[in-house]
Design a protein around this ligand. Structure first.
Ligand code: SAM
Length: 265
C-alpha cells in the first residue's frame, strides 16, 4: 500500500494527465456519452439518501464484530475485532463512487451483476437500486460482516441480492459455473496483484461484448498498479477508463483500435 504522500503525488499526476471530456482528448462518442450522461449526471436520485442513511447509522454503530482479515486488509487496522463504525468509516467505497456505480448500472442496464467484496452491503445496495430487474450476486468472506449486510438488504426491501459467503478463491469458481454470463462486475476485495489477475481470468469465461468490469483501488499500491497495467493490456479489453479510484474495462467489439482514457470525475 502506498503512503498518503505517494498516493497524493499519484493523484496529482493522474489529474494532470486526465481529460474532463471537454475540449480535446476524448474522440470516442461512447466515452463522451459515458462522461456526459453518467459521470457528470448530478441528479439527486431518491436511492441516494436511502442508502446514505444506512451508511450514516453504520458509522455510529459501536457493535464489535469478529472478522477474518482477507487479502490486503484495510488502511486502518487489520485486527480480528472491529467495530461496525470503524469498517463503515474506512472500508467502504465513498458516496461519490458508490453513486457512480448506481448510475452505471442505471445506464448500462446489466441483468447479471457480480460483486466481489460486500462488506456491510453499501455498494451492493447501490448496484441493486440501479436496476431492480437485475440479479445481484455479492460475495463476502467474513460471516459476521455478511450478516450485517444481509440485514441492510432486508431493511431496504432489496430482494434482488444474493450473498455468497466464503473465500472468493473457493466460491468464485462455483458461482461462475452457475452463471451463463456476467454483464457487470465490481471487484472490491483482496487488492493484490495475483488474486486480482486470477479473478479477472476466471471472470473472462463469462464476459461478452457488453460486459463492464470495474476494479477498485487500481492505484492503491504498486501491486494494484501492476495488475491494472496487465488488465488493460489483455487482448479481450477494447477500452479502459482510469478514474483513479476505480478502473473500468469494456469489451465492445465495434471499436477499431484499443483505447485507454484517464478521466477526471
Ligand atoms: C473494501 S471491502 C468491500 C466494500 C464494499 N464493496 C463497499 O464499498 O460497500 C472488501 C471486502 O472483501 C472481503 N474480502 C477480501 N478478500 C476476500 C476474499 N479473498 N474472500 C472473501 N472475501 C474477501 C473483506 O472481508 C471485505 O469485507
Amino acid at each position: 500500500m502506498y503512503s498518503k504522500t505517494q498516493l497524493l503525488l499519484k493523484y496529482l499526476q493522474y489529474w494532470w494527465n486526465a481529460s474532463n471530456g471537454k475540449g480535446h482528448g476524448v474522440h470516442s462518442p461512447f466515452v463522451f456519452d459515458f462522461i456526459t450522461k453518467v459521470i457528470n449526471d448530478k441528479k439527486d436520485y431518491p436511492a441516494y439518501s436511502k442508502i446514505e442513511t444506512i451508511r450514516h447509522e453504520l458509522k455510529k454503530d459501536a457493535t464489535v464484530l469478529t472478522i477474518k482479515d482477507f487479502g490486503a486488509g484495510s488502511r486502518v487496522d487489520s485486527s480480528k475485532q472491529r467495530k461496525i463504525s470503524s469498517i463503515a468509516k474506512s472500508a467502504l467505497k465513498s458516496r461519490k463512487f458508490a453513486q457512480l456505480l448506481f448510475r452505471m448500472v442505471k445506464y448500462f442496464e446489466p441483468s447479471v451483476i457480480l460483486e466481489l467484496g460486500t462488506s456491510l452491503g453499501i455498494t451492493s445496495c447501490y448496484l441493486a437500486e440501479g436496476n431492480s430487474a437485475a440479479r445481484i450476486i455479492t460475495m463476502e468472506g467474513a460471516p459476521e460482516v455478511a450478516a450485517v449486510a444481509k440485514n441492510n438488504f432486508q431493511r431496504e426491501g432489496l430482494k434482488n441480492i444474493r450473498i455468497v459467503e466464503g473465500n472468493f478463491d473457493h466460491t468464485l469458481p462455483s458461482v461462475l459455473n452457475n452463471l451463463d454470463k456476467i454483464d457487470f462486475a465490481f471487484i472490491d476485495g483482496n487488492h493484490r496483484k495475483l488474486p486480482t489477475l486470477e479473478y479477472f481470468n476466471q471472470l473472462k469465461s463469462k464476459i461478452h461484448p457488453g460486459t463492464v468490469l470495474i476494479f477498485d483501488d487500481i492505484h492503491w499500491s504498486r501491486e494494484m498498479e501492476e495488475a491494472w497495467k496487465e488488465l488493460i493490456k489483455d487482448a479481450t479489453v477494447t477500452l479502459s477508463v482510469d478514474l483513479f479510484f476505480i478502473g473500468i474495462l469494456f469489451f465492445k467489439d465495434h471499436f477499431i483500435a484499443k483505447q485507454h482514457f484517464a478521466i477526471r470525475t
